[in-house]
Design a protein around this ligand. Structure first.
Ligand SMILES: Cc1cc2nc3c(=O)[nH]c(=O)nc-3n(C[C@H](O)[C@H](O)[C@H](O)COP(=O)(O)O)c2cc1C
Length: 177
């Protein structure tokens, strides 16, 4: 069975840490996490099931869904996906942000990544309830749910393990049918 590909972008390492946690939890079902800054398009396209992680670094000052909400490594990679056909692929996205310092743009990067995936024909799974967070706005919210898993390592690090485990239980059947 093909393994789940885990790709992450990061500026200060927190999103990478979560990628490692996810990989450990999935065991043999997932490949080792790859920094999207080092990934080739071929690496990415080799997987039919994907878990993608990104911090948000926009600070809420940017126009709607600017790719600048993602770290430069994701911005470059998303641009490369412009001509790719992702139909048949299924992806789950997690975002790492800071709801206290950036309450008006919490985990916006999830939306940016989802937009690109959907535009290229992929299916995105793993919506997550907004209860238990304290923020004012996020482009990554639709109908009372985040478009992927929202994590806050600055303010709620103690909840990350439990959130990741519950989210993986939710997305696993879609990623590994
Ligand atoms: C300059 C800057 C801008 C940020 N902007 C946002 C933001 O708009 N929304 C958000 O949720 N978090 C924002 N953050 C918080 C980061 O996403 C958070 O610290 C995250 O844990 C960093 O992950 P990383 O270590 O993988 O880079 C910002 C952080 C910095 C330093």
């Amino acid at each position: 069975m093909a393994k789940i590909g885990i790709f992450f972008g990061t500026e200060s390492g927190r999103t990478k840490l979560v990628a490692r946690y996810i990989a450990k939890s999935l065991g043999d079902a997932a490949s080792a996490p790859v920094d999207i800054g080092h990934a080739t398009l071929a690496d990415f396209l080799a997987h039919d099931a994907l878990i993608l992680g990104s911090p948000t670094h926009g600070g809420g000052q940017l126009p709607e869904r600017s790719t600048s909400a993602c770290p430069p490594s994701w911005q470059t990679f998303l641009a490369q996906l412009a001509g790719a056909d992702l139909s048949g692929k299924v992806a789950a996205i997690y975002g790492v942000g800071d709801q206290k310092k950036y309450p008006g743009a919490f985990v916006d990067a999830i939306a940016v990544i989802q937009d690109t995936l959907l535009a290229r024909g992929a299916r995105v799974v793993g919506r997550w309830p907004t209860s238990g967070y304290d923020f004012s706005a996020s482009q990554a919210v639709d109908d009372g749910h985040f478009l992927g898993l929202a994590l806050d390592q600055e303010n709620q690090p103690g909840l990350t393990g439990q959130r990741v485990e519950s989210w993986l239980a939710l997305v696993r059947p879609a990623l590994l049918p």
